[in-house]
Design a protein around this ligand. Sequence first.
Ligand SMILES: [Fe+2]
Length: 197
Amino acid sequence: MRTVEPVPSSTAHEAQAPGVTTTPWIRDLAAGIREVLRRDLSPQLTADQVAEVLRPSLGRPGLLTDAQREGDPRAYRQHLLHGEPDGSFSVVALVWLPGQQTPIHDHVCWCVAGVHEGQETEHRYRLTGAGETAELVRDAVLVNPPGALSAIAPPGDIHRVRNTGATKAISLHIYGADISRLGSSVRRTYRAPHEES
Ligand SMILES: [Fe+2]
């Protein structure tokens, strides 16, 4: 049985038009990210330093508009907050209603995620073997409260995120790719290990 599955052609993600920066905090955040990118670091170091740029925004009241905080009862929802004109990075808010989750997936680029409100649980996996016999093994379960940050870069970035709280959860994500063009940062999705299916 295949462990790696094709990326679905349609998801709950919504790719809006290329982002025009609309609020001062996003303008400041984008300027900070540009400064990191000018250092031309490895993908992991870039993600680590971008995480520190994002950190002061997490949990700040009034950061997002009502529209940017809207969820979708069908699946977690993506709001594009900023698309860098040269395509080098994107900022999105992901809104999760209780119980909503991603498939197990990895990314096409480095990725920073910070919990803005609510609680998210992240399962991290590694792939053992290769080809048709490859199997996923769960390595860690992280419960992330507001303010928690993760910075990851492929390969080895296979995970799943779920809102395990009783209220809406919102996280802010920065991807080293043009999400307005790609629609999402997901490279591949994976079938859950036997013990989770
Ligand atoms: Fe992810």
